[in-house]
Design a protein around this ligand. Structure first.
Ligand code: ZN
Length: 315
């Protein structure tokens, strides 16, 4: 008996010693919001869904940090980035003071995770380091100076540096998402193609595109104001020691209710924080032929409860 017990006990103790500190508790998430480029992004509402989707995994402890609207200034806004392992940004502001930007850069550079959701890639057109983190962005007067337009062609990443504005999309109809790196931890076990719930399919995003891997694309249909190109929709990047997951999906609650969206958000946030993914793929994940969405998430939108599908304009 002694011969069996001793190695087991030693193994347990060694196992405890080698556990990383973060395994002791949930992953701490700062869900950043507070501003949008226009009323078409209802961040107060979408934050509720993003928070629910992260918390239901049991992996994350989420604090919502709401920045003041720009005109009020940021004098009393001192978010403690270092308390968190990952920042999930549902935030689209024009500019930040230098001190705030430096703290954010330090956080990611030193190994903090960043998740940029949809219009977070509209934010900060003139902040060079932020655009390095997200790889590509759109609107807010971005043009060729921001970098080339990145897309997939012939099975690989390509770019076009010719002049033009950054950012476009058609009407919010369901579309197919195509995995381009199915072995990445975020996508492992997911189908190669799945249908995404009606959403804005961003096109013509521009940026430096450095240290960037496009995990999934979607075909931007010219019949729906598209480019005719396979546009990036799920992207990972590194910035210093930090990992970045950038999803261009998630315009509104309807889009956020997609099981494909929430699964990649949950997995992408864990990956950005830890470099690994421990979550199983849900059984109701969408297929190549049909969308799958959660009515409990969709019901966060009062328009859904009233039987309406808000078809407001914007990006
Ligand atoms: Zn949008």
């Amino acid at each position: 008996m002694v011969k069996i017990i001793l190695p087991l006990a030693a193994g347990v103790v060694m196992g405890m010693w080698t556990l990383p500190a973060r395994a002791a508790g949930p992953i701490r998430v700062m869900l950043l919001d507070g501003e949008s480029g226009g009323p078409y992004h209802k961040w107060e509402l979408t934050t509720v869904a993003l928070r629910k989707e992260l918390e239901e995994t049991g992996l994350f402890q989420v604090d919502v940090v709401t920045a003041p609207p720009s005109p009020q200034g940021f004098g009393n806004f001192h978010p403690q980035f270092e308390k968190y392992q990952v920042i999930v940004s549902n935030y689209d502001a024009m500019e930040w003071p230098a001190e705030l930007k430096a703290g954010f850069e330090r956080f990611v550079k030193n190994g903090g995770g960043l998740v940029a959701v949809h219009a977070a890639d509209n934010a900060f057109p003139r902040w060079r380091e932020y655009n390095q983190m997200i790889g590509v962005g759109g609107w807010r007067d971005r043009n060729q100076a921001a970098g080339p337009h990145w897309f997939f062609q012939g099975g690989r990443l390509a770019s076009d540096a010719s002049p033009g504005n950054a950012g476009g999309h058609g009407s919010r109809v369901p579309f197919a998402v195509v995995a381009r790196d199915g072995e990445h931890p975020i996508l492992r076990g997911l189908p190669n193609v799945w249908m995404h719930q009606g959403d804005e399919l961003y096109n013509s995003l521009r940026g430096p595109g450095e240290h960037m891997t496009v995990l999934a694309t979607a075909f931007s249909d010219p019949a729906n104001k598209g480019t005719g190109k396979d546009e990036p929709v799920l992207i990972v990047l590194t910035y210093g020691r930090g990992r970045v997951f950038h999803t261009t999906l998630g315009h509104d609650i309807n889009a956020l209710s997609c099981v494909g969206f929430l699964t990649t958000l949950q997995r992408g946030t864990e990956w950005a924080a830890t470099g690994t993914v421990t979550q199983k793929v849900p059984a109701n994940f969408p297929t190549a032929n049909s969308v799958s969405y959660r009515t409990d998430i969709a019901a966060i939108d009062p328009n859904y409860k009233r039987g309406l599908n808000g078809l407001d304009a914007g990006h």
